[in-house]
Write a protein that binds this ligand. Structure first.
Ligand SMILES: [Fe+2]
Length: 254
């Protein structure tokens, strides 16, 4: 299994505090059935700055340690980029890092709102050949209140990633049910851990896929896993749930 979003690099953001915690997270990831994980440190979220080159170097170091520790986990470089007005410039000067240098870029909003310039910025990113992937939309207050904002962004080419723990109910019943609504409305394309540690913000991937399997069937769980694999390959992902998987009673648009 591939995890597209996690904070496994040591002492670089609010994820793993040190190398020993990174190793513990790596062991936990393997226990969960994850073999490839994208390290996505926060960038420009007002607390942390982690430009592309720093991340690439730190990923290389961590992979070396995991090899020495005989932990069978491949770490790829990525970044959780907080949305900001100069993202295009940041990409041009080589500070912004899409997932493993593919076209897929994880974009984070604040927890409260969606900036008015988002649609224009996403258009410009797509003109550069990048595909914005909105991380944890289910935890954004404005999207919860007005899901049509997300619908419009997805309709215009953005993808979205739900956090595994949200599907498990770790952020509360409301966020769980909104996460399921997003799946049912065909408004999300990936499930990732966004793990920060092995305690209160751990992986929950296996558990989340258990919920998806139980509620929507094996094919639906497979589709999310396949989409993560397609990202790593730099291929096109499934944007629509194929008819064969769609169960009419579940899939509805807001
Ligand atoms: Fe994150």
């Amino acid at each position: 299994m591939i995890d597209l979003h996690c904070h496994i690099l040591p002492a670089i953001d609010d994820g793993a505090r040190d190398l020993s915690e990174s190793i513990k997270m790596a062991q936990k990831a393997v226990e969960q059935g994850i073999d490839t994980i994208v390290a996505t440190p926060h960038h420009l979220n007002s607390r942390y700055e982690n430009p592309k080159q720093t991340i690439i170097e730190r990923v290389r170091e961590l992979n070396k340690v995991l090899l020495e520790e005989k932990i069978d986990l491949n770490v790829l470089p990525g970044q959780e980029t907080r949305i900001h007005g100069e993202m295009i410039e940041g990409f041009d000067v080589g500070e912004i890092l899409p997932i493993d240098d593919t076209q897929y870029l994880l974009v984070e909003f604040s927890s409260s709102h969606v900036p008015r310039y988002t649609e224009k910025l996403f258009y410009d990113l797509q003109m550069k050949g990048l595909i914005p992937v909105i991380v944890h939309p289910e935890r954004n207050q404005e999207i919860i209140e007005r899901p049509e904002i997300l619908y419009q962004l997805v309709k215009k080419g953005a993808l979205t990633q739900i956090t595994a723990a949200s599907i498990c109910g770790d952020f509360g019943k409301k966020i769980k049910s909104f996460s399921l609504q997003l799946i049912e409305a065909n408004l999300t394309h990936f499930i990732a851990s966004d793990a920060h540690n092995t305690g209160n913000r751990t992986f929950k991937m296996r558990e989340a896929f258990g919920v998806v399997q139980e509620k929507y069937g094996n094919d639906m769980a497979f589709l999310f896993k396949e989409n993560a694999a397609l990202v790593i390959e730099g291929s096109h992902v499934y944007k629509e749930v194929p008819e064969r998987i769609k169960k009419k009673k579940f899939f509805k648009i807001f």
